[in-house]
Design a protein around this ligand. Sequence first.
Ligand SMILES: NC(=O)c1ccc[n+]([C@@H]2O[C@H](COP(=O)([O-])OP(=O)(O)OC[C@H]3O[C@@H](n4cnc5c(N)ncnc54)[C@H](OP(=O)(O)O)[C@@H]3O)[C@@H](O)[C@H]2O)c1
Length: 304
Amino acid sequence: MSSNNNVTGTVAILGGTGFHISRIFLTEYRKEFPVVRITTRDPSSAKAQQLANLGAKLYKTSDSFDDVLSGVDVVVNALPTFISEEAKKELLAAIVRAGPKVYFLSEFGDDWRQNDFEGYEHAEWGRKRVILANTQAALRGTQTKIISVYTGNFAGWFFLPALGIDIEKNVYSPLGPASLRIAVTHEDDIARSVARLAILSLDPATASTVPNHVRISGQNVSYEEIRDAVARVKGVPKGEIKSYDLDEYKKNLKANPSNFIMDFVRALIGEGKVDWSDSNANELVNPGQSLWKWKTVEDFLRSQ
Ligand SMILES: NC(=O)c1ccc[n+]([C@@H]2O[C@H](COP(=O)([O-])OP(=O)(O)OC[C@H]3O[C@@H](n4cnc5c(N)ncnc54)[C@H](OP(=O)(O)O)[C@@H]3O)[C@@H](O)[C@H]2O)c1
């Protein structure tokens, strides 16, 4: 495989003041992406200014998307999916006009293609389904490659009682055995994966190796392993594991649908659908961990 040495491009990161994507492009992938454009509603905010100081070019989200997208090679959409329908339409039309080589959708979560919550699925996934379908329809027959990157949970959105991971009480509650595994990826590693996928896609020698749907999982960690990591890091006794029944949980969720997406993710974990140990593209983006070492939940806990 080519070393992708000569790849360079311009990238636009929409909603780029959100999680760590912009900072990693600006610091670790600047050679490949000398121009990093970011949209923000408030260019004077501390976050936007920090990124400007690293060299980002700031664009106001309320201005025409044509400006930020003009001449870009890569677009990373990191906006929340609940932006107005009008803004979504304007953005998609601007993407079609700009014709970037690669367009990353705002996914970065669970691989909802395998969901089984008929009639009560969380609205976030409904929005993502519609965005994907509309984007595919609008870009059909063009040269723009659409990439959906699924990452499991962010490390920063992981230690949650809603997922059955209560590190304050030191109690771990899988919907099934404690060996159930959960894909979790540190936000910095998600950003690195996106940069690598962009580079691989821009290089004609490797472009065809990049699928449209990509699962990344920095770690696939079990409830038992999380419990043990917490004990090591916090110096507490190994916590209690209390298993619950998956079918009962899903029946309850159906009867009382929750607004919190993690209540649904917990069921996906119970179904074994978030164990991506054997179905991820980690090797594609970071062969043999030669480019970075994937951060573990234990690394994350130690950094807190
Ligand atoms: N897997 C996980 O655990 C996990 C966790 C969180 C998010 N995600 C996913 O990551 C993606 C991004 O979500 P996020 O939570 O990171 O987004 P976010 O932080 O809410 O938004 C990203 C940026 O978009 C801008 N923004 C926020 N609300 C906006 C609005 N109504 N209109 C226009 N701009 C707005 C903000 O920048 P300015 O204020 O500078 O304009 C913000 O910094 C989503 O697809 C989400 O599902 C996954």
